[in-house]
Design a binder for this molecule. Structure first.
Ligand code: PLP
Length: 379
C-alpha cells in the first residue's frame, strides 16, 4: 500500500510511542495530584511544552496550552477573541475556523468578513487589509492551506495588520505548517494552532501557542488545568509522544522540505499532462500537491486508486461527510468547476519514498486511461 494522504493524518512515530509508553507506565499519576509523583508528571508536561514551543517560537514571549486537537485549538482562539465587532478571515480556511466563525455570526455576536484568495492560493493581502477597521477584534489567516499547500506569509501579514491596528488579535491555523515549513513565529502573531497527528503524533493531542501577554478566555471550564485556560486532566501520554515526535520531525525539517520538493516535481512532471492539470500554486508546501483530471470525478479516481493500493485524498478529509463535490478552496482560487470536481490531493510525509511517488504516478496515469471503460460515465 502507498499512503499519500498524510495531510489527513500521518502514521504515528513508533519510537515516540515507545518512549511515551515507557513514560506512562511509571508516570501515570494525575499531574494535578498534590504529592511528589504528581508534581513530577507536571514537570514532564512543562518540559514537553517548552520543547514543542522552542521549535517555532521564543518562550520569553509565547506559551503553550495543550488541547485535544487542532479543531479545539482553533475554536478556543476564535471563541475567546471573536466576541464583538467584526472578524476578518479568508476564503481558504479549514472548516474548524469557518464553522466557529459562522456560529459566532449566527449568534449575532460578530460581523464576519471574508477576504478572497488569489489565483496562487494565497490570501489577497490588499483585500484582507481593506476589510480591517477600528471595529475589527480578530483576524484569522491560515499558515498553510490543507488542500493546495499555499503558504501565507503570516509573519508579514500580522506585522502589517498590527502596524495599522495594534489592538487586533492575529490568529493563524498552523496545523499544516508546524513541523513541515521551516519557520519561526514573529511577536506579531498572537495565536497559532497546531495538531500532533499531522506530524507523527497521535490523534487527540493538539496545542494552541499563545502570546504570553494575551488574556485568553477558556473554552473548557472545570479543574483549572493549564493555568485555568483548559480544564480537563492532561493527556500525558499524547503530550509526551507529541514532544518526542517533534524532536525527530524538527531535526530533519529542512532536508525533508528539500527532498519532498523533488518528489512533488517527479509527481507533477510524471503525470500525463493530457489528462491531469497540476495546480502550480506559488510558494506551496512540498508536503501537498493538488492535481485534477478534467471531466473526471475526484472521488471516483480516489476509489480506483485505492483498488490499486494507492491512498490519496480528494480535498479536506474533514469535509468529506458533507458530500461537497467542489472544494471551496479551489473555487476561491478561480479554478473552474469542471477541473475542481476532478481534484485529488496527494500529500507526503518524511517517510514517503521516491519509489512510492514514481509508482503513484504510474497508477494515476493508468486509472485515468481506464476511467470511463469500467462503466463510469465521464462528467
Ligand atoms: N486546520 C487544518 C488546516 C487542517 O488541515 C486540519 C485537519 O485536517 C485541522 C485544522 C483540524 O485538525 P484536527 O484534526 O487536529 O482537529
Amino acid at each position: 500500500m502507498i499512503y499519500l494522504d498524510n495531510a489527513a493524518t500521518t502514521r504515528p512515530n513508533e519510537n515516540a510511542i515507545k518512549r511515551a509508553s515507557e513514560f506512562l507506565s511509571t508516570a501515570y499519576f494525575n499531574p494535578s495530584a498534590m504529592y511528589k509523583e504528581g508534581f513530577s508528571v507536571q514537570t514532564e508536561l512543562k518540559k514537553a511544552k517548552l520543547a514543542i514551543l522552542s521549535h517555532v517560537a521564543d518562550s520569553a514571549f509565547f506559551d503553550v496550552i495543550f488541547t485535544s486537537c487542532g479543531t479545539e485549538s482553533n475554536n478556543t482562539a476564535l471563541f475567546s477573541f471573536g466576541k464583538r465587532g467584526n472578524v476578518v478571515t479568508t476564503e481558504g480556511e479549514h472548516s474548524s475556523v469557518i464553522e466557529p466563525l459562522r456560529e459566532l455570526k449566527n449568534r449575532g455576536m460578530i460581523e464576519l468578513r471574508v477576504a478572497p484568495l488569489q489565483a496562487d492560493g494565497k490570501v489577497d493581502e490588499k483585500q484582507l487589509l481593506s476589510l480591517i477597521d477600528e471595529k475589527t477584534t480578530l483576524v484569522s489567516v491560515m499558515h498553510v492551506n490543507n488542500e493546495t499547500g499555499a503558504i501565507n506569509d503570516i509573519n508579514a501579514l500580522a506585522k502589517t495588520v498590527k502596524k495599522r491596528f495594534p489592538k487586533v488579535v492575529f490568529h493563524s491555523d498552523g496545523v499544516q505548517g508546524y513541523g513541515k515549513i521551516p519557520f519561526r513565529l514573529s511577536k506579531e502573531v498572537d495565536l497559532y494552532s497546531i495538531s500532533a497527528h499531522k506530524i507523527g503524533g497521535i490523534k487527540g493531542t493538539g496545542a494552541l501557542i499563545k502570546r504570553k501577554t494575551l488574556n485568553l478566555r477558556p473554552f473548557l471550564w472545570g479543574g483549572g488545568q493549564e493555568n485555568g485556560l483548559r480544564s480537563g486532566t492532561e493527556n500525558s501520554f499524547g503530550i509526551k509522544q507529541f514532544e518526542y515526535a517533534t524532536e525527530e520531525k524538527f531535526s530533519t525539517i529542512q532536508e525533508d522540505f528539500e527532498r519532498l520538493k523533488g518528489y512533488k516535481k517527479i509527481l507533477e512532471e510524471g503525470l500525463n499532462s493530457e489528462v491531469y492539470s497540476c495546480f502550480h500554486f506559488a510558494e506551496t508546501s512540498p508536503y501537498i500537491a493538488s492535481v485534477s483530471a478534467k471531466g473526471m470525478r475526484g472521488e471516483i479516481l480516489q476509489r480506483m486508486a485505492c483498488d490499486k493500493g494507492l491512498l490519496v485524498g480528494t480535498g479536506s478529509a474533514c469535509s468529506s461527510n458533507s458530500q461537497l463535490l467542489y472544494s471551496h478552496v479551489l473555487l476561491a482560487c478561480g479554478v473552474d468547476k469542471e477541473l475542481a470536481i476532478g481534484a485529488l490531493r496527494l500529500s507526503f510525509s518524511p517517510q514517503t519514498t521516491e519509489e512510492e511517488v514514481v509508482c503513484a504516478v504510474q497508477i494515476l496515469n493508468e486509472i485515468a486511461l481506464s476511467y470511463g471503460k469500467v462503466g463510469i460515465q465521464r462528467t
